[in-house]
Design a protein around this ligand. Structure first.
Ligand code: CA
Length: 233
């Protein structure tokens, strides 16, 4: 499952080693050398995961993790903390600050990749290649197919990503800004109206099997995919 990963590491050699290995594993890598630069990058687009060095010049990795957890927009982003060996007490502090996992330097790239995969599987289901099914509507990320009642439904690439996100996060209301962050990866330069346009197209694409009813408009808040909407109608 390819992901957008933000690597925050001040030592150029380690940053390079990590970035090269992640890219080799199919991920897209963004790099920052301190918390300030990382904050800028996150403001522009939400990464799927942050790999965060503990010891950074200026604001520490720990303080940055706390900052992300306190912000409504960034609090769900998975974080893995990197730190030097033998600082076991750090591990507790790191996990308390909201990190999802902890990798000790020196680490093997293979171990790092495996840990990232495990955290993404747990925390970012929209990146999984496993098929999802709700109310008879089935989405298969591996084949890029959406099907229901024995027929394939034609979706554009954006509608596919939108449906995938909604199906992996059902029954929750997502604001337009959240959808831009998670589906478009950008909430700064894309207009919120864009979301409405693609929701409309998505509903149209799901109409032939009546699954457009899965997607509810929540007035003043955003959109929700709910299986119960299908049952009521
Ligand atoms: Ca460091």
């Amino acid at each position: 499952m390819p992901a957008n990963i933000l690597v925050v590491e001040d030592e150029p050699a380690i940053q390079e080693l990590v970035a090269v290995n992640l890219e080799h594993a199919g991920h897209h890598v963004l790099r920052a050398r301190d918390a300030e630069q990382a904050t800028q990058l996150v403001r522009h687009a939400l990464p799927d995961l942050v790999l965060l060095d503990w010891m950074l010049p200026g604001q520490s990795g720990l303080a940055f993790a706390r900052q992300m957890r306190q912000d409504e927009r960034t609090k769900q982003v998975p974080i893995i903390i990197l730190t030097a060996r033998g600082e076991e007490h750090d591990k507790v502090a790191g996990l308390e600050a909201g990190a999802d996992d902890y990798v000790t330097k020196p680490f093997s790239p293979r171990e790092l990749i495996a840990r990232i995969r495990a955290v993404l599987r747990r925390r970012a289901p929209q990146l999984s290649d496993e098929p999802t099914e709700i109310g008879g509507l089935r989405l298969d990320p591996a084949t890029h197919r959406v099907a229901a009642k024995g027929r394939n439904l034609e979706l554009g690439p954006t509608e596919f990503r939108l449906l995938r996100f909604l199906m992996t996060h059902p029954e929750r209301v997502h604001s337009r800004s959240q959808l831009l962050d998670h589906v478009w990866g950008d909430h700064v330069f894309v207009e919120e109206r864009t979301v409405d346009v693609h929701i409309r197209r998505l509903r149209k694409a799901l109409e032939p099997t009546g699954h457009d009813r899965l997607i509810e408009t929540v007035r003043g808040s955003g959109y929700r995919l709910s299986a119960s909407a299908l049952a009521v109608a």
